[in-house]
Design a binder for this molecule. Structure first.
Ligand SMILES: C[S@@+](CC[C@H](N)C(=O)[O-])C[C@H]1O[C@@H](n2cnc3c(N)ncnc32)[C@H](O)[C@@H]1O
Length: 274
């Protein structure tokens, strides 16, 4: 099958998604976005961008399928374990001096990053005073996250990551086997509020002590990265932390001056008191 979606069709598609579904992909990196749209077209047997656009205009279910396919909800528990080790050693001791801790995990995918953070907070006896919001645009991923679902075949890798992240207990005490399906225990899950939120819309939480947003900026162009860094800056309390992980950078943004680097390798910053 000869599938094609020209640059003009891509532009029209993105305009339509913004107008009809309030989902703005215009400042995502276009080459990788186009590859994912084409893969979706092949899967759904659309040969031209025009056909896809007209079908999407009439079919919200198809739009939700497209959203699921192009949003790359790839994640794992204790992904890049060194990042979690740095959090444990550099960030949590400061946060632990506060009576309550408000945390936002943006782009949480199927929740593994939120589970990992909550487990560390539990080990540090901080979880009870934390309010954790974890958000994403992918509703299917959020449904799995709310169930705490873990793939059995991922467990050995998660054990290794957990040890490298400085885990002090046994990861299996946080995972239960419910009739052959593995899930994070309710003790952890009940502390995480998973909900839909589109980070490109400009509506943000406030009074946050910690924002975690890893492996999401890589999909955005520099302009959107900069805008979102500005929103993060406003959402954080003075002294609040921003954890971006080693794939991201905010060096090019005008907001870098408002952040003190805490760990350069893992891109962990602290909002300055100004
Ligand atoms: C590669 S995953 C990263 C997951 C996790 N943060 C990690 O590092 O393991 C990127 C996630 O960002 C979400 N995402 C993409 N665009 C978004 C947007 N505009 N607002 C919120 N989440 C978005 C995707 O649905 C996907 O689940």
């Amino acid at each position: 099958m000869d599938t094609h979606c020209t640059a003009i069709e891509m532009d029209v598609l993105l305009y339509m998604l913004k107008k009809c579904y309030h989902m703005d992909f215009m400042h995502y990196k276009q080459a990788s976005l186009q590859r994912r749209v084409m893969a979706f077209m092949e899967k759904k047997q659309f040969t031209s961008g025009v056909d896809l656009i007209s079908a999407l205009m009439k079919d919200e279910k198809l739009f939700l399928e497209l959203l699921t396919d192009i949003s790359v909800p790839v994640t794992e528990m204790f992904r890049d374990p060194l990042f979690f080790l740095r959090l444990r050693n550099l960030v949590l001791p400061v946060l632990n001096t506060y009576p309550t801790i408000k945390i936002w995990i943006a782009g949480c995918a199927t929740g593994e990053e939120a589970f990992s953070l909550a487990i560390i907070l539990d080990e540090e006896k901080m979880l009870d005073k934390c309010i954790i919001h974890a958000t994403d645009i992918n509703q299917s991923a959020l449904s799995l996250a709310r169930m705490g679902y873990i793939r059995k075949e991922d467990l050995p890798n998660y054990q290794t990551n957990y040890q490298k992240a400085g885990g002090t207990g046994n990861l299996t005490t946080y995972i239960e086997n419910k009739n052959g399906t593995y899930a994070i225990t309710d003790k952890i899950l009940k502390h995480i509020h998973f909900h839909f939120h589109n980070i490109t819309t400009g509506s943000y939480m406030s009074g946050l002590n910690f924002i975690l947003c890893r492996n999401l900026f890589i999909y955005f162009d520099k302009q959107l990265q900069s805008e979102i860094t500005g929103f993060f800056m406003n959402s954080l309390r003075p002294g609040g932390f921003l954890g971006l992980g080693d794939k991201e950078s905010i060096r090019h943004t005008q907001y870098i001056q408002y952040f003190e680097p805490i760990n350069e390798d893992e891109r962990i910053f602290r909002k300055r008191y100004m």
